[in-house]
Design a binder for this molecule. Structure first.
Ligand code: CA
Length: 461
């Protein structure tokens, strides 16, 4: 029988908050099991680092400009092809439980799924409303537990003669980072270390960095902080206090995901399903955990671009495999089909990662990737629209800084600017070397590569 596939995706979970990724700020023993018993991808990147678009990429195997979901305000068109439909047609039982965030109602409901039970919009952490096959119901409890409960119930009731494809999409650890009672006091007596670029002053960067409204010291609101700011703190003390409030709640939400992934893995063991089930864990994109003084994502900078991605499949993958080759969210879709032994439609833009998991990197494998963030100056975070290319050593970003009619954008063009980072010398991305004559040849090469990639992915806007 073809492999069963469980795809677990959390929302805004940075690799830096997974201990298997050498994260220094927390422990995730259950998630680490996937890396220890399977493969860890160290260079997995998102092609458009924002919730709704990344989900659409994974579902369709197409970049944002071709799947019709460029921004948070766009909705999926369920009448179009998606990977669940391919799997369903091949005899798989298909289900999605948890966060959908691609619109709902009418043609925006999940299609290709035998069973779906989704959070409307962003969903709630406590006593969430969910839409089960079109019917709204409120559950009591904590979202991460409930989503796991519903997934396990579906597994229990499935047809055991057929393989399954199950997407488990957590709301956590998305803003406003509300932990459950069980984890509410974790880290209470600890101080979580601040990242190296915590006090970034955005000097010599494009104007976009300074303009963004996602600063720990300024842009966390009362709902985020959940406690009044203590009196008498200096400016830097207040920033540190806010960071501790933010990061501890974030990590508490992650701890609940970790527990629930453990519940699922235990279930697979108890049901003798572990060997023949591919279990994948990722997040829809990365997140800033205080790097550059920020929370949130959107930028092509490393912390936001990078996705944790770990896969366990004991029937095939050697334990503790580490893959350095570049993987993208657009590659997940053909990977599902490859594991299911279903033909990959030529229209899909990614490539299966399955050979890489077995230590075989094809000679022609990608060594560069194309990124684009479309929402110019969204009213909350104010990040400028940009696109760029990342290679193994460099990153070139072009802030074209215009709305171009995309939803959720502000029609307020800014002067276009470039950034170049030498990731070997400056992994923190604090020295823009675009104007450094020593990098003139690199700039020329990367601009050509950017053009080549734009043609290849068919983005001509
Ligand atoms: Ca997200």
């Amino acid at each position: 029988m073809p492999a069963n596939i469980i795809f677990i995706m959390s929302d805004d979970h940075a690799a830096a908050a997974v201990s298997a990724y050498d994260g220094k700020i927390n422990q995730t023993p259950q998630l680490d099991r996937l890396a220890r018993e399977g493969v860890r991808f160290d260079n997995c990147f998102c092609t458009n680092s924002i919730c709704t678009p990344s989900r659409a990429v994974i579902l369709t195997g197409l970049y944002s400009h071709l799947n019709g979901v460029k921004t948070l305000a766009d909705k999926i068109d369920g009448t179009r092809p998606n990977v669940a439909k391919n799997l369903q047609a091949a005899g798989y039982q298909t289900a999605i439980v948890g966060k959908w965030h691609l619109g709902h109602g009418g043609s925006h409901d999940p299609t290709g799924f035998d069973y779906w039970n989704i959070l409307p919009g962003q969903g709630e952490y406590f006593d969430p409303e969910m839409i089960e096959m079109g019917y709204t119901k409120r559950y009591s409890g904590y979202a991460t537990d409930i989503i796991t409960d519903k997934a396990l119930e579906w597994l229990d009731e499935r047809d055991r003669t057929r393989p399954f494809f199950l997407m488990i999409h957590h709301k956590a650890p998305h803003r406003p980072w509300q932990p459950d009672a069980k984890h509410a006091h974790m880290y209470e007596d600890e101080t979580i270390p601040e990242p190296y670029t915590f006090n970034d002053d955005y000097q010599n960067r494009a104007a976009a960095a300074k303009a963004a409204r996602m600063r720990i010291d300024r842009d966390l609101n009362a709902q985020d902080l959940k406690q009044p700011i203590p009196d008498g703190l200096s400016q830097s003390e207040e920033k540190s206090w806010k960071y501790q409030r933010y990061i501890k709640d974030y990590l508490r939400c992650v701890a609940s995901i970790d527990d629930n992934v453990g519940r699922l893995l235990d279930y697979l063991d108890a049901e003798a399903l572990s060997r023949d089930t591919v279990v994948m864990y990722t997040s829809d994109q990365g997140f800033f955990l205080g790097e550059h003084g920020w929370f949130d994502k959107r930028f092509m900078y490393e912390e936001s671009l990078r996705m944790p991605f770990m896969v366990r499949y004991p029937a095939e993958i050697v334990p503790s495999t580490v893959v350095d080759a570049m993987a993208l969210n657009v590659d997940f879709t053909p990977t599902f089909l490859d594991f299911a032994q279903v033909e990959i439609p030529p229209s899909m833009q990614g490539s299966s990662l399955r050979p890489l998991m077995n230590g075989k990197v094809p000679e022609t494998w990608q060594t560069s990737m194309y990124y684009r963030y479309w929402m110019h100056m969204d009213p909350i975070h104010g990040v400028y629209s940009h696109y760029g290319v990342r290679t193994l050593q460099y990153k070139l970003i072009y802030y074209y800084a215009q709305a171009l009619g995309t939803k959720g954008s502000t029609d307020d063009p800014k002067p276009p600017e470039w950034e170049l980072f030498d990731l070997e010398k400056d992994p923190w991305e604090i020295r823009n070397v675009f104007h450094d004559p020593a990098y003139a040849d690199v700039v020329k090469e990367l601009q050509q590569e950017l053009g080549r990639l734009r043609t290849k992915v068919q983005d001509d806007e």
